[in-house]
Design a protein around this ligand. Structure first.
Ligand SMILES: C[S@@+](CC[C@H](N)C(=O)[O-])C[C@H]1O[C@@H](n2cnc3c(N)ncnc32)[C@H](O)[C@@H]1O
Length: 202
């Protein structure tokens, strides 16, 4: 597992509300959000190191002090990375177009697994959200069933799938899928009551 992130070092204002983008690829979504919302912090997590190296060049070139990228397997390292995060900062988590791993024997490689959802429940503040979008309906259904099994989250909308991205910036994959006029399955899960396990996020 990676070392916990030192929030005093990675962000100029570590107490600002935080958005984590899991599977950020080259980090273009997080970077555009960081430019538009300087009073929030943005953390991109990505399992492919070459992408993180490229994303970090962008941070350095523009001197964005509210943006950081970390190379990790977010499925297992999410909570460890946040061990030294300030209290109650994690407002939003986005997981956009996670790799579908279509073959059954590869399901265990999928990013969103119940232990990650438990970690999210311990770290996302009450009223905070997890936004997920994918173009693979069966994957969206699986994700919904995992969240439905966790009492700390509730679906934040009455319609089954949201038709619009609630954020003002599209990811690379989203742009491609929209240009192909293919369906996108979007869901927001809201963090409800406090977790029963020890947490520094409440
Ligand atoms: C299909 S791409 C989508 C990238 C971007 N979110 C978008 O919407 O354009 C999925 C990304 O998630 C990354 N990824 C897959 N599993 C991951 C994990 N366990 N932890 C962090 N990143 C992961 C992949 O390397 C890839 O960059």
């Amino acid at each position: 597992l990676p070392a916990p992130l030192d929030f005093e070092r990675i962000f100029a204002k570590p107490e600002q509300p935080l958005l984590i983008d899991v599977g950020c690829a080259l980090g273009l979504f997080a970077a555009q959000m960081a430019r538009r919302f300087p009073s929030q912090n943005f953390l991109g997590l990505e399992i492919r190191e070459t992408m993180i190296k490229r994303a970090r060049r962008l941070v350095a070139t523009e001197n964005l002090t509210n943006l950081h990228f970390e190379f990790c397997n977010a499925t297992v390292a999410f909570e460890r990375l946040l061990e030294q995060a300030p209290r109650a900062v994690l407002q939003n988590v986005t997981i956009q177009f996670p790799d579908p791993w279509i073959k059954k024997r590869h399901f265990k490689r999928r990013t969103i697994q119940p232990p990650l959802i438990e970690a999210l429940a311990r770290r996302v503040i009450s009223g905070g959200i997890v936004f997920i979008q994918t173009d693979v309906e069966s994957l969206a259904e699986e994700i919904c069933s995992f969240f439905a099994a966790n009492p700390n989250f509730r679906r934040a909308h009455s319609e089954k799938w949201l038709c619009k991205n609630p954020f003002p910036v599209k990811t690379e994959r989203e742009t491609v899928v929209e240009s192909q006029k293919l369906p996108i399955y979007r869901i927001i899960f809201e963090r409800t009551r406090p977790s029963t396990t020890v947490s520094n996020s409440e």
